[in-house]
Design a protein around this ligand. Structure first.
Ligand SMILES: Cc1cc2nc3c(=O)[nH]c(=O)nc-3n(C[C@H](O)[C@H](O)[C@H](O)COP(=O)(O)OP(=O)(O)OC[C@H]3O[C@@H](n4cnc5c(N)ncnc54)[C@H](O)[C@@H]3O)c2cc1C
Length: 312
């Protein structure tokens, strides 16, 4: 069976950036697009913060351009997902299986499988997605500068999103299901010391209101049973992300939520020849540019690994 030089799992910004660098380094990468070709950005209308697009670009268009750039240098893009892997220390190659059962071998594997934002599951939330509903304040907060907004969640992410938005918006409602925050003490302190954040304790979101775009939310206090409407123009869901790393369980080191662990300052995992990039290994920044940056690092790490191991 052929041993490929490089297999890339995932087609978000990190996967395509890795592909561009690996292809230009003559590693003939095969990239698997997975269940969401183009990754998370294909679910958003406007990307305004990726350098190189002074007037912004739609998420799907940007990902088409990245794919075309990767293909230009000879990346083989396969519209399939990887359902099983076998990585072992000490082996000169690693194994992956496609969903249709094909087995492939490669000296290096770059994992760029991303993460998925968690949502509340309300139909109104889904209907108004990208029209006021967002899971990323850093991405979309600027669109609501000067407006009243809400954030739902009680952990560090929610506290961070609320304090970030409080610098742009006159009023931020923080909707918390319990009577306390799960966020770290330092983040709690920041929330409580920010005068334009109003915390709504013991409160659940019943409905996101609006036809074409968000015009408010209806929330209910679980203790008093009282419902009320908050006149917000954006609703930021900050209840966590799930990294798409289930198939690597048992092979790769990960934290308690499934984020892949890498040697600091590199994309190296605990298995030589296997590298991790993008949101699958990053619970801190979660941006397209950081994903693309670590995708580049993964391809360079993979290329250097091949040289050090005197492969190919
Ligand atoms: C609605 C929304 C708007 C956003 N807006 C912005 C923005 O304006 N600016 C910004 O910088 N960031 C934005 N982000 C964040 C940005 O999209 C992510 O940080 C970035 O896409 C992460 O890239 P990635 O390559 O790590 O993974 P992802 O984009 O998550 O892609 C993961 C890829 O892995 C594939 N995959 C998963 N499992 C498998 C498998 N088993 N086999 C094969 N393939 C697999 C998927 O199909 C997908 O192609 C936004 C996110 C969302 C959800």
């Amino acid at each position: 069976m052929a041993i490929h030089k490089c297999i890339i799992i995932g087609s978000g910004p990190s996967g395509y950036a890795a592909a561009i660098y690996a292809a230009r380094a003559n590693m003939s990468p095969i990239l698997f697009t997975g269940p969401q070709p183009g990754g998370q950005l294909t679910t958003t209308t406007e990307v305004d913060n990726y350098p190189g697009y002074p007037t912004g670009i739609s998420g799907p268009d940007m990902m088409e351009e990245l794919r075309a750039q990767a293909e230009r240098f000879g990346t083989e893009v396969r519209w399939e997902l990887i359902s099983k892997v076998d990585f072992k220390t000490g082996e000169k190659f690693h194994k992956v299986w496609t969903e249709s059962g094909e087995e492939l071998h490669a000296h290096t594997i770059i994992i760029s499988t991303g993460a998925s934002a968690k949502y509340l599951g309300l139909s109104s939330e889904e209907r108004l997605m990208n029209n006021g509903v967002s899971a990323c304040a850093v991405c979309d907060g600027f669109f609501y500068k000067g407006k009243e907004v809400a954030v739902v969640g009680g952990g560090d992410t929610a506290a961070e999103e609320a304090t970030y938005l409080a610098k742009l918006c006159p009023k931020v409602h923080l909707i918390v299901r319990r009577d306390e925050l799960r966020a770290s003490q330092i983040m709690q302190k920041r929330v409580f010391n920010t005068p334009n954040i109003e915390v709504h304790w013991n409160t659940e979101t019943e409905e996101v209101l609006g036809n074409e775009k968000v015009s408010g939310i209806r929330v209910k206090n679980k203790v008093t049973g009282e419902s009320k409407e908050l006149p917000v123009e954006a609703f930021f869901v900050a209840i966590g992300h799930k990294p798409n790393t289930d198939i690597f369980q048992g092979f790769l080191d990960m934290d308690e939520t499934g984020y892949l662990l890498t040697v600091p300052g590199t994309t190296k995992t605990n298995i030589p020849g296997v590298f991790a990039s993008g949101d699958a290994a990053d619970k801190v920044y979660r941006q397209a540019i950081t994903a693309a940056g670590t995708g580049c690092m993964a391809a360079l790490d993979a290329e250097r690994y091949m040289v050090e191991e005197e492969i190919g």
